[in-house]
Design a protein around this ligand. Structure first.
Ligand code: S3P
Length: 451
């Protein structure tokens, strides 16, 4: 067996991931599966907790973010069996029946946990909740959900004019609203719809472009009455609803598959098949963007699994060209922009990413961090207020870079490092475990098999 090109140096608090490309280079070959979809995993845990009866979840993501969701709902009385990817069983306690937790609810690093949960908590009458998160989450804007919830009558307090966690929530009866969201955000949309579940009447959210629709699909499967109008990007929920336990099968996360798709596209002599990936059209912007850049990518074995479209994705080494990524495509690939920046660095010509200012308020400022860290490796990236301009075709060289504790940055830099000359050390690489605990071992396996 050839020596690994991947070395992990673990100290008590942090992990440095060193990636040294051997002289001959690597190629990536084979078939693999990625862990369960993070968005669907959160929603399954939440709706299972709120439903009456038993919910089973197959393929749950065992990353730190869904663990935060599970811990919060357990603290409010939901019975959730030990988390594993085969099968998790939840005995729900029924809509409106969450118990007041004895202590602060900790959403960790997870924006989805905090924002979706706020809609649920605000509508739980006569109960008091406090919610916090890690350093990153406590600096992320919560007013985008607090304001519409307050329009519904919610009582929420927090730092900086109720915009930052920790937040305190006094649950109460809410009134239905029609909320016109200024941003295409599935977290905002889902928060309001979840608040609408227990609110008498019709609660509607209209967004400027369609964001991921996993909440809509799963709410309907659990028995909520929903009206979806894709033409106007509007969803209406009729409250009060009743949810019934379901069998959820979580597909592989296309946001995790994206790292391997780009890795195979930019690494010479590679061919990968990523099996069982969720290809919900509200999430497949990465496939459209890579196709625009000239990647040879195909979907095989397309099927519908528990209400979500799934396929195996085949990709081979491709010569990529720069393109523009903007407009309605952005919400469909919002989490893939860091790895797309890596693809653009290896493309011929210039790639311009616009309309992506949202990236500045993710787990890190992903525009600033990707530009600064890839530039340390020799890339030519200019930050724009709402995007990046990337001049492709430069050769990358190994450097010391930092994840800024952002999982998607850590993994994007690792894929860049595979094709950089020399050794790259990624500090704080442990962040990958937020959404992809097996990322480093998969990287090792794929590289071993091909050197
Ligand atoms: C998510 C929605 C997106 C995405 C996040 C997960 C969700 O956030 O970036 O990783 O599960 O609803 P926004 O709603 O802020 O765009």
């Amino acid at each position: 067996m050839p020596a690994s090109i991947v070395t992990l140096n673990i100290t008590s608090r942090s992990q440095d991931l060193a990636i040294a490309r051997p002289g001959t280079g690597v190629s990536l070959q084979g078939r693999l599966q990625v862990p369960g979809d993070k968005s669907i995993s959160h929603r399954a845990l939440m709706l299972g907790s709120l439903a009456e009866g038993i919910t089973t979840i197959e393929g749950l993501l065992l990353g730190e973010d869904p663990r935060s969701t599970a811990n919060c709902f357990q603290a409010m009385g939901a019975k959730i069996s030990p988390l594993n990817a085969e099968k998790v069983e939840i005995t729900g306690i029924g809509l409106g029946a969450l118990q007041e937790p004895e202590s602060v609810l900790d959403a960790g690093n997870s924006g989805t946990t905090m924002r979706l949960m706020l809609g649920i908590l605000a509508s739980h009458r006569d109960r008091f909740f406090t919610v916090t998160g890690d350093d990153s989450l406590r600096s992320r804007p919560m007013s985008r959900v607090v304001k519409p919830l307050q329009q519904m009558g919610a009582q929420i307090w927090g730092r900086q004019g109720n915009s930052l966690a920790p937040l305190a929530i006094q649950g109460t009866s809410l009134q239905p609203i029609h909320y016109h969201s200024p941003i295409a955000s599935a977290q905002v949309k889902s928060c309001i719809l979840l608040a609408g579940l227990m609110t008498e009447g019709e609660t509607t959210v209209t967004e400027p472009a369609l964001s991921r629709d996993h909440s809509e699909r799963m709410l309907q499967a659990f028995g909520a009455s929903l009206r979806v109008d894709p033409e106007t990007c509007s969803v209406t929920v009729q409250g009060p609803a009743q949810l019934h336990g379901q069998q959820v099968i979580v597909p592989g996360d296309i946001s995790s598959a994206a790292f391997w798709l780009v890795a195979a596209a930019i690494t010479p002599d590679s061919e990968l098949v990523v099996e069982n990936v969720g290809v919900n059209p509200t999430r497949t912007g990465i496939l459209d963007a890579l196709a625009l850049m000239g990647a040879e990518i195909s979907q095989e074995n397309q099927r519908l699994v528990a209400g979500e479209p799934v396929a195996d994705l085949r990709i081979v080494t491709s010569s990529l060209r720069g393109c523009e990524i903007s407009g309605d495509l952005i919400p469909r690939l919002i989490d893939e922009i860091p790895i797309l920046a890596v693809a653009a660095t290896f493309a011929q010509g210039t790639t311009t990413i616009k309309d992506a200012a949202e990236l500045r308020v993710k787990e890190s400022d992903r525009l600033a961090v990707m530009a600064s860290q890839l530039n340390r490796m020799g890339a030519k990236i200019t930050e724009l207020p709402d995007g990046l301009e990337i001049v492709g075709g430069t050769s990358l060289v190994g450097a010391e870079v930092d994840s800024y504790t952002d999982h998607r940055i850590a993994m994007s830099l690792a894929i860049a490092a595979l094709n950089a000359k020399g050794t790259t050390t990624i500090h704080r690489a442990e962040a990958a475990a937020i959404s992809y605990p097996e990322f480093v071992s998969t990287l090792e396996r794929l590289c071993h098999s091909s050197v």
